[in-house]
Design a protein around this ligand. Structure first.
Ligand code: MN
Length: 198
């Protein structure tokens, strides 16, 4: 992933006359950087993990979703930068459109770059470029340290999302199964699909 990506790629994939997704021209403003995890029932179900960095949402698709167990590594596939307004997007992307399917805001909150807690370490963009991201999440479902690490080079590069071993780690929790509702509206995927069908 090239961290200087802007929203051209995001916009080029979408027809905003047909999809209700944000265009990226919305007014937004937050003091602390946000993270969001969206469950996306597309051609294959996955969780989109997004971090607010330099005015966009840096994004990875995590097929199995995040774990709270530090011994579990979850594949995370980099995807195009998304606009900040996407953090609160929940709804149905119509059939035939890019990413067609239901989107649910599974978790949301703020995050801190653990490599730069004192304001002196690398920026989050630098940690992405290095493939060694560590963030502290303050979400409703997920809390604590998470690492996003790139292994391998070139075509063999893989990113992994791993819970760090801290007080918030819990191998017994399985929140993607036990806490399926939207943190925004309390709805399930099925309820969103039912209510927003056009
Ligand atoms: Mn997705």
């Amino acid at each position: 992933m090239v961290s200087t990506d802007n929203l051209d790629k995001y916009r080029s994939k979408r027809d905003f006359r047909k999809s209700p997704e944000p265009t990226g021209n919305e007014e937004t403003g937050t003091s602390e950087p946000r993270f969001v995890i969206q469950e996306h029932d597309a051609s294959s179900l996955h969780y989109d993990f997004r971090l607010e960095v330099d005015g966009v949402l840096k994004s990875w698709a995590v097929p199995k979703g995040p774990s709270t167990d530090p011994s579990i590594k979850r594949l995370a596939i980099p995807t195009e930068d998304h606009p900040l307004a996407y953090a609160t997007f929940e709804g149905v992307i119509p059939e035939g459109e890019y990413g067609a399917g239901t989107v649910l805001v599974w978790d949301m909150g703020t995050y801190r770059n653990l490599k730069n807690d004192e304001g002196e370490g690398p920026s989050l963009t630098e940690t992405i470029d290095e493939g060694k991201v560590t963030v502290w999440l303050d979400g409703e479902k997920l809390r604590g340290g998470y690492a996003l690490v790139r292994t391998g080079d070139g075509d063999d590069a893989r990113w992994l999302l791993i819970k760090m071993d801290d007080d918030e780690a819990d191998a017994r929790r399985n929140p993607t199964n036990t806490e399926p509702q939207s943190v925004l509206t309390g709805r399930t995927l099925e309820e969103i699909a039912e209510e927003e069908r056009t």
